[in-house]
Write a protein of this length. Structure first.
Length: 183
């Protein structure tokens, strides 16, 4: 879901920090895969967008054996639903869970410390982790760096965005934005 530009448009402080990193790391040139490691804050912006709007908002699994989870008996073969969306919005795991705060994922800013392993799992986890997760994160970081460096995206006034939870989360009726080149 194209949630980065949508939430980024309403966060001028995040935009300023993102542009500063892009200027420092890229100096106006196009980003490439070798730049991804250096684009830490850019990656944090992508991570925060995926925390708020994970591509798969609910994941199904089948219990391999009898188990007990949270005091509930789960028989072998039972279908279990896990929701990255619900977990990513849990205030016990994420202060101000509805806020857009990439700092949560910035290793230099103290982000990502002390959370449980599966507090953040936009692409699933364990043996069923999406095979394309690494590529998707690299691609999203490069695309965000390219777009943010060259264009200014503003949310079109009077066009509210709602989330439609189908197989993936989608913006309904879409995300209307104005685009201006950066000077």
């Amino acid at each position: 879901m194209a949630s980065g530009p949508w939430r980024l448009a309403g966060a001028p402080d995040v935009q300023a920090r993102l542009r500063a990193e892009l200027g420092d790391v890229l100096g106006g040139r196009d980003p490439g895969w070798a730049d991804v490691r250096s684009l830490r804050y850019t990656r944090a912006v992508v991570d925060e967008a995926l925390r708020l709007y994970p591509p798969a908002w609910v994941i199904t699994r089948s219990a391999a054996a009898d188990d007990v989870i949270g005091g509930y008996a789960i028989p072998a073969g039972a279908m279990v639903l896990v929701s990255p969306y619900v977990t990513h919005h849990d205030p016990a795991l994420w202060p101000d869970p509805e806020g857009f705060d990439p700092q949560r994922f910035d290793p230099e800013g103290g982000g990502a410390d002390g959370r449980p392993r599966y507090a953040y799992f936009p692409f699933g986890g364990g043996p069923h982790l999406c095979i394309g997760a690494g590529f998707a994160m690299m691609e999203a970081t490069i695309v965000l760096a390219t777009v943010a460096q060259k264009l200014r995206l503003d949310l079109e006034p009077g066009r509210p965005v709602a989330i439609e939870p189908l197989v993936t989360l989608r913006p309904k009726p879409g995300i209307w934005m104005t685009v201006q080149p950066r000077g």
